[in-house]
Each structure stands twice: as structure tokens, then as C-alpha cells.
Write a protein that binds this ligand. Structure first.
Ligand code: CDP
Length: 194
């Protein structure tokens, strides 16, 4: 059985937490595609070469979740050859037996336009920045600026810009707890599975 759940949305919208919870509930595999771009961004050197030679140890680094890694990721993510190098791995993961959840920016639009379920998870920039600040600490104003800058870059790039797929369900989590957001996602996915 193959079954793909595509979860896209802007920075710190809670895609990761939601994806992990949904994957655990249905027994699906989960791929955090942002980690691929973060790993390319922090690797240094030629980003296209880094994307082509990405290895498991690159994804095991403990500095991938920093604000700097997020910025580095969104800079390399505008390069079409970088996106191309990461595409087949993501598509193969999406169609693996047993079901898969992929979270990112272009899963429902480019990587898996045929995904059985597409969610676009969002929240106001202030709410998202506050959630990310709880995770990384530091100056909350700086975290908000980082979130806004990265969203602008992700939405305005020419190749695979961040936007909801035409058939995506929009889930605004500004006023939802994580439990409520997870419950809504589970209801949608269960309905799609029939
Ligand atoms: O966790 P957060 O939402 O802050 O970011 P992430 O999902 O780890 O993604 C980091 C960056 O990678 C994003 O800002 C995008 O520039 C890029 N990215 C992308 O272009 N396409 C994806 N499918 C996933 C991430």
C-alpha cells in the first residue's frame, strides 16, 4: 500500500510536530524535507555538489535546527540544481510501501502532486515566531525577523515557491493547540483513506 500525506507551510508553522504525530498515529514513515535543505546549507562549499553527495551523517548533525541553518537552507533552496538533486529521493520516499508523511514547502505542489492528502499548515508570523523562540531561545524580535525574511525568500523564489496546492486543505493553527491540530489532521486523513 502506498499513501502519501503532503504537509507544507511557512517557517515554524508546526509542520514537524504535526507530521510526527500523524505518522505515529497511522504507522507511516516521516521525512522532514527541510532537514535536507538545512544539511546542504550548513555543509558549506558548492551547494549543488553538497546536495548531490548528501549522506546520512550530514542529516545527523546537531546544528541543523539553529536560526543560522534555517537561513542557510532557504538560500540554497532557491537554486534549481539543488532542488533537482533532492527530488528523486523525496519522491521515492513518498511512494514507499506502508505510507509516508513528508513535510516541507513544495510537497503538494512539486514533489507529490498526486498525494492522497495535502495539508497547508499556517499561523500568524507572531504566533510562529513565538513557537520557534520557545524552541531556540534568544531574542524573540530577532526570531520574528528571521521567520519573516525566510518566508519572503521562500514565497518569492522562481523555482517551487511556497504556496498551497490548489487542492490543499488549509489548517490555520494560530488559535489551535497541537492536540487540536493533530486531531483535525487525523480526521482528514482517516476520511481520505476510506
Ligand atoms: O522548521 P521550519 O519550518 O522553520 O523550516 P524547515 O522546514 O526545516 O525548512 C528550512 C528551509 O528549507 C525553508 O525555509 C526553505 O527555504 C527550505 N525548504 C524548501 O525549500 N523546500 C522544502 N520542501 C523544505 C524546506
Amino acid at each position: 500500500m502506498t499513501f502519501t500525506v503532503a504537509i507544507d507551510g511557512p517557517a515554524a508553522a508546526g509542520k514537524g510536530t504535526l507530521s510526527r504525530a500523524v505518522a505515529a498515529h497511522f504507522g507511516f514513515a516521516h521525512l522532514d524535507t527541510g532537514a535536507l535543505y538545512r544539511a546542504v546549507g550548513v555543509k558549506g562549499g558548492d551547494p549543488v555538489e553538497a546536495a548531490r553527495s548528501l549522506a546520512p551523517e550530514d542529516l545527523a548533525r546537531d546544528d541543523l535546527r539553529t536560526l543560522e541553518a534555517g537561513q542557510a537552507a532557504s538560500r540554497v533552496a532557491v537554486i534549481p540544481e539543488v532542488r533537482q538533486a533532492l527530488l528523486e529521493f523525496q519522491r521515492a520516499f513518498a511512494r514507499r510501501a506502508g505510507g509516508a508523511v513528508l513535510d516541507g514547502r513544495d510537497i503538494g505542489t512539486v514533489i507529490c502532486p498526486e498525494a492522497e492528502v495535502k495539508l497547508f499548515v499556517t499561523a500568524s508570523p507572531e504566533v510562529r515566531a513565538h513557537r520557534r523562540w520557545l524552541e531556540v531561545g534568544g531574542d524573540e524580535g530577532k526570531v520574528l525577523a528571521e521567520v519573516r525574511e525566510r518566508d519572503a525568500r521562500d514565497m518569492n523564489r522562481a523555482d517551487a515557491p511556497l504556496k498551497p496546492a490548489a487542492d490543499a486543505v488549509i489548517l490555520d493553527t494560530s488559535a489551535l493547540s497541537i492536540e487540536e491540530a493533530v486531531a483535525r489532521a487525523i480526521t482528514l486523513i482517516a476520511a481520505a483513506r476510506g
